[in-house]
Design a binder for this molecule. Structure first.
Ligand SMILES: NC(=O)c1ccc[n+]([C@@H]2O[C@H](COP(=O)([O-])OP(=O)(O)OC[C@H]3O[C@@H](n4cnc5c(N)ncnc54)[C@H](OP(=O)(O)O)[C@@H]3O)[C@@H](O)[C@H]2O)c1
Length: 357
């Protein structure tokens, strides 16, 4: 089934250098792996951080990238869920394994079948590529770090979350925040979010009960008022931005949201970046860091459930929608321009590079 074409790759030759287009051998899928001919690659902040700081790069030359969508070219031993020709999205594990065959930024990538999802024609490859890292991180944040029962996600039709837990998603328009809003809504939580005003309608459509402008000088009071109006205290939070500016505000919302007399529910703040040394830790709030890479190893069970069983169904019904796509033209050689774009900062979009068939 493998086409007689080469595997062009955007290779990082050495720490901090620019990406260089080189030919690599087409990888062979091992047990439990599938080989994908990539059609769209999405860029995450972690990609430029790895390029610049050598973060999660064990050796050079390296192939970066985790988010891809394309067509299954070959399946490895033991794979039963996929076959050549399937349109899929997948999370490439090279970030964890250091294996360049498992980096997304090339024509052919091997991925674990546990972290791939079949996608219907109505979702474009570019849209599909926006999902893997956001979905993985949302899954780990909610069902590993914050400890929500995964059964709430499996039984969304009947999930009622009788405790009426409120969650704050700070940065609801970000790629990760948008996925957390959707997954939290599916798990039955009442979602409060922050975003720039131009994204309020979209974040509400994703499932937030109330969305507040994070630049408002009264943002904490506005969120507390929204929680009171909804009759749902905010006891959980995910800060998708996790800076010196945002973390104290999120901690204040948790500390000041009233959980009813006598309640002993823990207030938990999940951060996407480590808590900065320069900021005092809140006393009444537990702070936990989200390590999204747990999806590839320790919590592969959650990965398999979400990617193999739930996500495809939700995309079909529209219960989960991809991010808005911003395509950078030029294929693999435009990945560097795309990474520079993401580093400058994006608003409500995922930067994607498309590859020819
Ligand atoms: N720990 C992990 O496993 C993990 C996993 C994934 C990502 N991350 C990290 O998480 C961060 C977010 O990644 P991402 O890909 O989700 O980001 P992204 O989509 O690139 O974030 C862009 C969004 O951030 C929002 N934003 C910027 N400053 C904000 C603020 N002060 N308050 C609220 N929203 C703000 C903007 O919202 P508006 O457009 O509304 O202004 C914009 O839409 C990055 O630092 C990334 O490295 C960590």
């Amino acid at each position: 089934m493998t086409k007689s074409v080469s595997n062009l790759a955007a290779v990082l030759p050495s720490p901090g250098s620019a990406l260089d287009i080189q030919e690599r051998k087409i990888p062979s899928p091992g047990p439990g792996e599938i080989l994908i001919r990539n059609r769209a690659l999405a860029i995450n902040p972690m990609d430029w951080k790895r390029q610049l700081y050598g973060f999660a790069v064990s050796s050079y030359p390296a192939v970066l990238g985790t988010d891809l969508a394309g067509v299954v070219d070959q399946v490895g031993p033991g794979v039963t869920l996929f076959q050549p020709g399937d349109r899929v999205l997948a999370s490439a594990a090279g970030f964890l394994t250091g294996n360049s065959d498992q980096g997304a930024f090339q024509t052919y990538t091997t991925v674990m079948d546990a972290l791939a999802t079949k996608v219907l024609d109505k979702i474009t490859f570019s849209e599909a590529a926006t999902l893997p890292a956001a979905v993985s991180t949302a899954t780990i944040a909610l069902f590993d770090v914050l400890g929500l029962p995964i059964s709430d996600l499996e039984n969304t039709a009947t999930s009622t979350n009788p405790t009426k837990t409120g969650i704050l998603v700070w940065g609801g328009a970000s790629s990760t925040g948008s996925a957390v809003v959707q997954f939290a809504r599916l798990a039955g939580l009442v979602v409060f979010a922050t975003a720039s005003p131009q994204h309020h309608d979209r974040v509400r459509a994703l499932g937030a009960t109330a969305v507040v402008d994070y630049r408002s000088p009264t943002v904490v009071e506005d969120l507390l008022a929204a929680a009171r109006e909804a009759g749902t205290p905010i006891t959980l939070a995910l800060d998708a931005i996790s800076t010196e500016e945002t973390l104290p505000l999120v901690a204040r919302v948790l500390a000041e949201s009233e959980d009813g007399p006598g309640s002993d529910r823990k207030k938990i703040l999940a951060t996407l970046l480590p808590w900065p040394d320069t900021v005092a830790r809140p006393e009444s709030v537990q702070v936990l860091w989200v390590a999204g890479q747990r999806i590839w190893k320790e919590r592969i069970d959650l990965g398999r459930l979400v990617f193999n069983k739930l996500l495809g169904k939700w995309l079909e019904t529209g219960e989960v929608v991809p991010a808005k796509v911003q395509v950078v033209d030029g294929g693999l050689s435009s990945l560097q321009a795309g990474m520079d774009e993401v580093r400058k900062g994006v608003s409500g979009v995922k930067v994607v590079v498309e590859l020819d068939e």
